[in-house]
Write a protein of this length. Structure first.
Length: 396
């Protein structure tokens, strides 16, 4: 998969990432989605003093569900209230991939030549709903007439993927638990993360069953959060940052709903999008310094290892057992804590991954969780059970 990168390779960048911001994830009592996104924007502008509000020519806002706050058409109100004067402001809805889709649309907007500077981001305010209400809203990410009407949830669909993966490849419940343990450990010193508590494999295995084999600690939490990323054309990047981060690969793919697929242990949209992103950037998986991948459920991370080319098919369990995806491993994955432990405010998660790339490459993270001079990173955002996927590759 992909094209090998030699030490002198220089990809042709698509655009530049010049700043990013992120609201703290968690249960943000008393704050609306708009206020959370403004918190992310405030940090974004603080990191890039040369960037003025009047420089921003378009806003792409990822938001998965309008039902949480009973509010539609959120992008325009947020944009103008913050001081972006009458610019095109578009809400992007792709359930859990809404933030990744907003990032993708922002890249395309710049590549089209329509804009010089844009902001993309995402937000979700979820915790003011009771858990049954929140799950009812999130269930809209599943196919209605077969999956929803027959009682399938995103948890049960991913549990089915886990069961088949275990039967076919010998993956164990301990392997799933190790994903949660790693990502909670990574989130411990992340001030943006929801959870700051380390857990053990036994903690995961003994947590409340949700949908066998997935347990409570195999699942990402309902939470609030927002993230924002500023992008610009290559030609103007030097106005804002002496060392901008390049986006060198951007791809998106989709698939049929989960129950209609022949293959349950792989998400074809991830394989298609990652292949395109690797080819566009001219790199291969072995060239990555770290990755942020979709891990709404622990099985998602193991399958992502395989679909993104980090290991062979069926070897995701062996890869987590090897500790190569740990913070100090060969290919650290979800150094932010991932959706599992940083949190999964669904509209924000995709751009929240890009925020982690920015923070790591700009040296803004705590020393205890900082990578050593990372130069190439990948983000992988997924909506539904592999129905929509975006893959982006960044280069310092």
């Amino acid at each position: 998969m992909g094209v090998a990168l030699n030490s002198t390779h220089k990809a042709s960048p698509l655009c530049s990432m010049i700043s990013a911001g992120c609201a703290t994830y968690g249960k943000r009592v008393g704050l609306s989605a708009k206020e959370l996104f403004e918190e992310a924007l405030d940090e974004l502008f603080s990191h890039c003093p040369a960037l003025e509000r009047q420089d921003v020519e378009a806003l792409y806002l990822g938001q998965g569900f309008e039902s949480f706050e009973h509010q539609a058409n959120t992008a325009a109100g947020i944009s103008n209230d913050y001081g972006f004067s009458n610019i095109p402001s578009t809400r992007i809805e792709s359930v859990s991939a809404s933030g990744g889709a907003a990032l993708r649309q922002a890249v395309l907007g710049l590549m089209s030549g329509a804009y010089d500077v844009v902001i993309c981001g995402g937000v979700e305010k979820m915790t003011e709903r009771q858990t049954p209400e929140a799950l009812e809203i999130i269930s809209m990410a599943s196919e209605r007439y077969f999956e929803q009407w027959n009682g399938a949830t995103l948890t049960s669909l991913n549990a089915l993927a886990a069961r088949v993966h275990m039967q076919q490849f010998g993956t164990s419940e301990e392997d799933l638990a190790m994903v949660a343990v790693k990502n909670h450990r990574n989130a411990f010193d992340n001030p943006k993360a929801f959870f700051h508590k380390t857990i053990t494999v036994d903690d995961v295995l003994s947590s409340r069953p949700i949908s066998t084999p997935l347990k409570l600690l195999d699942c990402s939490p309902i939470c609030d959060g927002a993230s924002a990323v500023a992008l610009c054309k290559l030609e103007v990047a030097s106005r804002y940052d002496d060392l901008p981060i390049s986006i060198i690969g951007s791809a998106e793919a989709s698939d049929s709903d989960f129950i209609f697929r022949e293959e349950l242990t792989s998400f074809r949209a991830t394989k298609v999008a990652s292949k395109d992103a690797y080819q566009m950037s001219g790199i291969s998986p072995r060239d990555l310094d770290f990755a942020e991948v979709h891990d709404a459920f622990t099985i998602n991370e193991l399958i992502a290892y395989e679909d993104l080319g980090f290991c062979d098919k069926g070897k995701g369990g062996k890869l987590i057992e090897s500790h190569e995806t740990d913070l100090n491993g060969r290919l650290p994955v979800n150094v932010s804590g991932g959706l599992k432990a940083k949190g999964h405010p669904v509209g924000s998660s995709g751009c929240g991954q890009a925020y982690e790339v920015y923070s790591q490459m700009k040296g803004l993270t705590a020393p205890s969780r900082s990578l050593r001079d990372p130069k190439i990173a990948l983000t992988h955002s997924m909506g539904g059970a592999g129905v929509t996927v975006q893959v982006h590759i960044f280069q310092k």
